[in-house]
Design a protein around this ligand. Structure first.
Ligand code: PXP
Length: 251
């Protein structure tokens, strides 16, 4: 069965991580976003964390303007807090992806607990949706989270692929099946399916064997590769890997 080309959202958070290591203005994540768009990114993803460890408020303002001018979607990753909700409603990005956040974590370690927290999530999803923002929930590939995501009114789920990617290549079968089942369930409930976290050229290609996936969001690996081959080349190679994987699933 054919599907439209899977979109690639490029997460530029770690350009800001490098900038902030010296506290100056270089390298600029907004310039990285421009370069990513020129190289074929379908959208830009940025996470404004509560502690502002990488992306800052001024970056979000500039990224919002850039994406509007370029006609590309900005996917604003945010914790479920009043502060972040107010910022999202002020900037009105194309999409908001609700993620869990703990100050002491190195990165987003697991999916959002939507199941059991529907009463907290539903009003936030509604407020964002009412402002015309597409709401995505970053969840683990489990049946109860998928059901809860649909119940609180999200339009999109992004499955956390971190666990899958951290497994050795020969030991990913069970996790792949879990991811594939969750994708099928979400699609069946009318949710658009995205995936992200920890993906590289190989794992991005592998997960695209799952036909329901419409978008991948990739950051750390691409920014790391940029050190060696440049950001544009890394993005083009990722697009190539994704296209090759989709060509195989079309056969
Ligand atoms: N999607 C979400 C919701 C994330 O929180 C992150 C990490 O910020 C990513 C995708 C990208 O993960 P990575 O940087 O490991 O590619």
């Amino acid at each position: 069965m054919s599907r439209p080309p899977v979109r690639l959202g490029v997460n530029i958070d770690h350009v800001a991580t490098v900038r902030n290591a010296r506290g100056g203005v270089h390298p600029d994540p907004v310039r990285a976003a421009e370069e990513a768009i020129r190289a074929g990114a379908d959208g830009i993803t940025a996470h404004l964390r509560e502690d502002r460890r990488h992306i800052g408020d001024a970056d979000i303002e500039a990224l919002t303007a850039l994406c509007k001018t370029a006609g590309k979607p900005l996917n604003f990753e945010m914790a479920v807090t009043d502060e972040m909700l107010a910022i999202a409603l002020r900037h009105r990005p194309h999409a908001a992806c609700l993620v869990p956040e703990r100050r002491e974590e190195v990165t987003t370690e697991g999916g959002l607990a939507v199941a059991g927290h529907e009463a907290t999530m539903a009003p936030v999803v509604r407020a964002l949706s009412d402002a015309g923002i597409r709401v995505s929930l970053f969840i683990d590939p489990s049946a109860d989270q998928v059901e809860a995501a649909a119940a609180v009114g999200a339009q999109v789920v992004e499955f956390h692929t971190g666990r899958y990617c951290h497994l050795p290549a020969g030991e990913r079968g069970v996790e792949f099946d879990r991811l594939a089942a969750a994708c099928a369930q979400a699609d069946g409930l009318g949710l658009e399916v995205h995936a992200g976290h920890g993906l590289d050229y190989d794992t991005a290609a592998e997960v695209l064997a799952i036909p329901e996936i419409r978008e991948l969001n990739i950051g750390h690996f691409l920014i790391g590769e940029a050190v060696f081959v440049g950001l544009a080349a890394a993005i083009r190679r990722m697009r190539g890997a994704m296209e090759a994987a989709q060509a195989v699933t079309r056969e």
